[in-house]
Design a protein around this ligand. Structure first.
Ligand SMILES: Nc1ncnc2c1ncn2[C@@H]1O[C@H](COP(=O)(O)OP(=O)(O)OP(=O)(O)O)[C@@H](O)[C@H]1O
Ligand SMILES: Nc1nc2c(c(=O)[nH]1)N=C(CO)CN2
Length: 183
């Protein structure tokens, strides 16, 4: 299915993080698995950044990135797909804010605001986190007039600590996954 041509598809942004195992390989595999779902298309990816841990400090450095999706799924169903991929890729939930093979957060879904025990949209902590906002600013259109998300990111970043704990890891974007790359 080509989601670009599906009128009921929504735009969504996600954040990805990893600080155990093959961090870059796991981030790319998470994107592959999202893109393989028939209701999800990964349309843009940020660069990958290496970041100092925030919240729980005694853990390895993270790789963080963000991605833009088109999806026909309801937000709750998209979250379930993301949680299933975390589990498939070895995520174990023990320490809050602690180390993980992969973390997938749903940041924002076009036109949707939610506050249920399972899902809050926009993500309640996204504007406090340089490791989310700097990758996101790579991929949110600067002329996003309908929502102004880029403007909100720029304002939040002005006041935020933690930006100095981030460095570019690779500018290589995700290659679309082997079955999509045409190689
Ligand atoms: N926007 C959202 N994106 C992802 N999970 C969410 C969201 N809103 C609520 N949740 C809920 O949060 C639960 C815990 O998520 P997770 O273990 O990834 O948290 P965390 O990464 O440790 O902390 P944080 O949520 O601050 O990033 C999920 O099972 C999910 O039900
Ligand atoms: N640098 C960095 N720190 C974190 C991260 C993360 O992805 N990157 N995720 C956390 C849990 O949400 C807690 N702390």
């Amino acid at each position: 299915m080509n989601i670009h041509s599906t009128s009921e598809a929504s735009e969504a942004y996600i954040a990805l993080g990893a600080n155990l195992g093959d961090r870059e390989g796991t981030l790319k595999e998470a994107l592959n698995r999202l893109n393989q779902h028939e209701g999800i298309e990964v349309v843009r990816c940020s660069r990958i950044y290496e970041t100092e841990p925030v919240g729980y400090l005694d853990q390895p450095q993270f790789l963080n990135m963000a991605a833009a999706l088109r999806t026909t799924l309801a937000p709750e169903d998209l979250l379930h797909v993301m949680l299933a991929i975390e589990t498939q890729l070895g995520r174990v939930r023990d320490i809050r804010y602690g180390p993980r093979t992969v973390d997938l957060d749903l940041l924002w879904v076009e036109g949707r605001s939610l506050d249920t025990p399972e899902l809050t949209l926009p993500h309640p902590r996204m504007m406090e986190r340089a490791f989310v906002l700097i990758p996101l600013s790579d991929i949110v259109p600067q002329n996003d007039a309908s929502f102004g998300l880029y403007g909100m990111i720029a304002v939040a970043l002005q006041d935020l600590d933690g930006k100095e704990g981030m460095r570019l890891w690779t500018s290589n974007e995700w290659d679309g996954g082997s079955e999509h790359s045409g190689s």
